[in-house]
Design a protein around this ligand. Structure first.
Ligand SMILES: Cc1ncc(COP(=O)(O)O)c(C=O)c1O
Length: 370
């Protein structure tokens, strides 16, 4: 069998996606069980208790039944929450699922998509899978998406401009003025995708409330997820908010049952769990300051950022420090696979987890570099 003749060339040339190292893998490789994972921006407080209750009930009673295809109860609830008609929402198997379906719906082979350097890898990934062409734009100083440079690359040939706000992994924000400039500049046949996976964590008043711009910009697509703030990463449910014509096109692409029943029940219940959300935001905000201050004290270039993680440039390769941390059961995200071999991203944990990370990180760094 000649794989070169069987596999699509655009797939052959791709590398596999490397996710944050799972806890189970560290246990297998290092024989330890006392592990903290601060590598995938998961919720250190677990899941919304209301969601857990609803999901357990759902698993017990309806696991033998297919889910409702369009997750109508979640759609209705989102529509009320954002004060928009229900036809503005599309729900899928995590935001990852939404991004995949976006690609399948809109990106033709050879079409250009403009993407920042050092951002969420799923954009370049789906463009590649669709045999499109990623136009990667270097970042501005301070690890910000360089909006002017990105706009300069948008031409009538551009199908999608991908924005990550706040940006994963650097945590930096696109403020209102830049966001408005983007909307004004980009032509209506180029889609503007604003990935707002960390939207609920942002406390800066300069963060654009993108939903308010939908009315005048039918090419704007907003992505959100229940994985982060609600702690539902395992059941996989994310959504987009956009013009109904965008949603209609997506509905033709999607799989028959993309969102399982526990995910639908969990998301529905989580939207009423304001107490949990408030606690998550508070713990995150305190932890972000704690970790950012500790890393800055060590002399690194640190961006506390606006998400549930902190970014740091150590100005020295991180690979060995990462390995030393694994040995003591602390998993963080080295950014070598994203072309930033001197940089790390650390998810904010509980106070105890943050203390342990800071202690272990100092030891690991000193072991490697002193
Ligand atoms: C910016 C960004 N978008 C999307 C996702 C994927 O979210 P989901 O778990 O809903 O697939 C993540 C997950 O880390 C993310 O950081």
């Amino acid at each position: 069998m000649d794989l070169k003749k069987i596999v699509r060339p655009c797939i052959l040339e791709r590398k596999e996606y490397v996710p944050g190292k799972p806890v189970e893998e560290v246990t297998r490789e290092y024989g330890i069980t006392d592990i903290i994972k601060l590598a995938s921006n998961e919720n250190p407080l677990g899941s919304s208790p209301k969601a857990i209750e609803a999901m357990l009930r759902e698993v017990k009673e309806t696991t033998h039944l297919y889910p409702e295809s369009l997750a109508p109860s979640v759609t209705e609830k989102l529509a009320k929450k954002f004060n928009l008609p229900a036809d503005h929402f599309y729900i899928d198997n995590g935001e990852d699922g939404v991004i995949t379906m976006l690609g399948m719906t809109f990106i033709n082979p050879g079409e250009e998509c403009v993407i920042s350097e050092l951002t969420f890898p799923a954009y370049e990934n789906i463009v590649g899978k669709m045999d499109g062409k990623s136009v990667i734009v270097p970042m501005a100083p301070g690890y910000k998406q360089d909006i002017d440079a990105m706009l300069a690359k948008v031409t009538p040939k551009t199908k999608v401009l991908f924005l990550c706000n706040p940006n994963n992994p650097t945590g930096t924000l696109i403020g209102k003025a830049d966001f408005e400039k983007i909307l004004k500049t980009v032509g209506e046949n180029t889609l503007i995708v604003s990935d707002e996976a960390y939207y609920e964590f942002v406390e800066d008043p300069d963060y654009p409330q993108s939903v308010n711009y939908l009315k005048d910009h039918p090419n704007l697509i907003i992505l959100r997820t229940f994985s982060k703030i609600m702690g539902l990463a395992s059941v996989r449910i994310g959504y987009l908010i956009a013009h109904p014509d965008i949603v209609k096109a997506m509905l033709k692409t999607r799989e028959p049952f993309p969102v399982n029943r526990p995910a639908q029940a969990g998301a529905l219940a989580a939207m009423d769990d304001h107490e949990f959300v408030e606690k998550v935001v508070r713990v995150n905000s305190e932890g972000r300051k704690q970790i950012a201050a500790a890393l800055a004290d060590m002399g690194f270039e640190v961006i506390a950022g606006h998400g549930n993680f902190v970014f740091a440039d150590l100005k020295k390769p991180v690979a060995q420090v990462y390995e030393e941390l694994l040995k003591v059961g602390v998993i963080i995200r080295p950014l070598n696979s994203q072309g930033a071999p001197n940089c790390i991203r650390v998810t904010i944990g509980t106070k105890e987890q943050n203390d342990r990370f800071i202690r272990s990180f100092k030891e690991a760094y000193n072991k490697v570099y002193s």
